[in-house]
Structures are given as structure tokens and as C-alpha cells.
Write a new protein. Structure first.
Length: 338
């Protein structure tokens, strides 16, 4: 038996009011007398009326949903970004839908198309590559876009980010200040802007230190599994060919490297190899050897991204600040200090 569909007109008849009054109760209750609101709400409960938000959104031309596309939803850093965005959006009556591009352009395009079809209120995205044509098309079709954890290379998109070049310098300089001379930078794919910027910052610090060298070790992804594989390869090197310090492009890589180095027991962290990560996720401080890291204000990134999006919707032609960059912070723990 098919369920009976209850309409706004049915509610109006049950409550003995006009259809316009029911609409006001649903959308602008402050304009309706409290007794009338109560009568309409009682009719809604009795009839089991469910409003058709999809139809309402189509009429309005914009939904109440924000799309958030991140590089890796399994990374606690992006979970914290999402939490910040969701909290800020909820206060404005908006919902956040999280999408995982898994560091692939094809999946990113799929989700961007989906949010376009749903007429999203806006999209927050950490792009996989430097090619932003898909995002430009989205904006041209009336959906505002804010870059998260990335700056727009041509300043055409609002963005909220952290200075990753400065963060890379900070990490490498910390290792150099400990007297380490043979550094390895672990991260990839190289096309991810954050990875490239962190490497560039590390290279700047090493270049300014006589006798120091930096070896880039490219990975296929920024995961614990990739870190374990790098750690295994480092263990298998002759002692004289190993780095005495490793800077990993994120904490997941660093934790994988740490696991691989300590599981056999023939290498000690930090005595043989000092290790620092990036992001300062909660698991960093809970590792068997607490992990030094470069802290990013993840929740604040999400909150600020929603603020920028709301400004773009309210004042698309405004000259308000459209690019906000935070400074990273060094957090020192046992993986670099004895």
C-alpha cells in the first residue's frame, strides 16, 4: 500500500488557516501569532506532514548544504577541519557533507559534479592539483568556492591556509639545530601543493646550513602504510647511508615510519634517527615515542573557510579579505629530543 502524501493544503485545512499562513509558520514563524503557530504545528503532527525541502531548494536556487572535499577523510587532520566547518555551519542553519577525493582528480571531479547537481550552498575544497578549471566552472554556475589548506595561485578564489613553506623551514631547522646533518624529506605525490611547499621550506633551511644535505623520498600517498614501507627501506640501508633525521610531510607518514623503525629494535628514535611529522594530530602525542610535529590549527581552518563562504554568498563583489593564512607552530616531543 502506497503511503498517503500530505500537502501544505491539507495542513491548512486541518488548522483552519490559509496556505500562506502554513508557509509562514514553516519559514518565518516570527511573523505568525503564537496561538496560530501552535495550531498549525499540531495539525502537522496529527497528519504526519514532512516538508519537501528538495522542492523548496529548487525554487530558491540554492540548497542549505555545503560540500567539503578533502584529500583523505581517514586523516584526522581533515576530520578536525570538517568538525570546525560543521560547527560553524550548523550555527547558520547549514549542513556540511564530507567527500573524500582520496588524492585523485577523478574522484574530486565526481564529487564536485554531485554538489553542482544538488545546487550546493557552496563548496569548500582542498584541490588535488594546480588545475582549477573545474572549480572555475563551478563558480561560473553560481556556486561559490573556497580553497581549504591551499592558496589560490592566481588569487581568484578565497582561501584559508597555513604557511607550509614556513612550516617546512621550521621542521628542518629544528632537526639541524639538534646537530643532524643528513636529513630526509618523506612525502608525495609531489603534485600535491602542500607537499611541495613543505619540501621547499626544508630545502631553504638546509641550503643555509653548511655541510647539511636533504634527500627527498617520494611516496605514492600520505598514509601510515606508505610510511611503514619507507621505514623498512631505511632500516635496510647500511648505517653510513641512512639519514640521521627524517621530516615526514604529515603525521600519518611519520607514525608509519616510527612503527617500522622501532618494531625490529635495532634502530632507536631519536638516538639513531630523529623524526618529525606535520599536522600534530591527536595520535602524535600518543605514539610509543611521542612524535614531534608542526601544528596546524585544523578546526580553525574549517571555521574560517565557512566564514569566507558566507561572505562570498552575501557580498560576492566585496573587497573583503579573501586570503587568510595562519602560521604553523613547532611542537617538540620525544621523537626529536632525548
Amino acid at each position: 500500500m502506497r503511503p498517503v502524501s500530505v500537502s501544505v493544503r491539507d495542513v491548512a485545512e486541518r488548522a483552519s488557516v490559509s496556505v500562506g499562513t502554513v508557509s509562514n509558520v514553516l519559514n518565518r514563524p516570527e511573523k505568525v501569532a503564537p496561538a496560530t503557530v501552535e495550531r498549525v504545528m499540531r495539525a502537522i503532527d496529527e497528519l504526519g506532514f514532512v516538508r519537501n525541502d528538495a522542492a523548496r531548494q529548487l525554487r530558491a536556487g540554492r540548497s542549505r548544504t555545503i560540500g567539503l572535499v578533502v584529500l583523505d577523510a581517514r586523516n584526522p587532520f581533515f576530520a578536525d577541519v570538517a568538525s570546525g566547518a560543521e560547527g560553524r555551519a550548523a550555527g547558520r542553519g547549514l549542513a556540511v557533507l564530507l567527500a573524500n577525493s582520496d588524492e585523485t582528480s577523478a574522484r574530486e571531479d565526481t564529487y564536485l559534479s554531485l554538489f553542482e547537481e544538488q545546487r550546493a550552498f557552496g563548496v569548500l575544497v582542498t584541490p588535488v592539483s594546480e588545475d582549477l578549471r573545474r572549480l572555475r566552472r563551478l563558480r561560473e554556475r553560481g556556486i561559490p568556492v573556497v580553497l581549504v589548506d591551499r592558496e589560490s595561485s592566481d588569487a581568484t578564489f578565497p582561501s584559508v591556509s597555513v604557511d607550509d613553506v614556513a612550516g617546512g623551514r621550521l621542521a628542518a631547522q629544528h632537526l639541524l639545530d639538534l646537530g643532524r646533518q643528513r636529513l630526509a624529506f618523506v612525502g608525495g605525490p609531489a603534485g600535491i601543493r602542500q607537499v611541495a611547499d613543505r619540501l621547499r621550506g626544508a630545502q631553504q633551511a638546509v641550503a643555509a646550513t653548511p655541510g647539511a644535505i636533504l634527500e627527498p623520498v617520494v611516496t605514492r600517498s600520505l598514509t601510515v602504510q606508505e610510511g611503514r614501507e619507507v621505514g623498512r627501506r631505511l632500516r635496510e640501508r647500511p648505517p653510513g647511508e641512512r639519514p640521521d633525521a627524517v621530516f615526514a610531510a604529515n603525521d600519518l607518514l611519520a607514525l608509519g615510519i616510527l612503527q617500522s623503525l622501532v618494531m625490529v629494535g635495532d634502530l632507536r628514535v631519536p638516538e639513531d634517527i630523529a623524526l618529525i611529522g606535520y599536522d600534530d594530530i591527536d595520535f602524535a602525542s600518543a605514539a610509543v615515542v611521542p612524535l614531534s610535529s608542526i601544528r596546524q590549527p585544523a578546526s580553525l581552518l574549517g571555521e574560517t573557510a565557512v566564514d569566507l563562504l558566507l561572505r562570498e554568498v552575501a557580498e560576492p563583489e566585496s573587497s573583503h579579505e579573501r586570503s587568510i593564512r595562519f602560521r604553523p607552530e613547532l611542537v617538540v616531543r620525544a621523537s626529536t629530543l632525548r
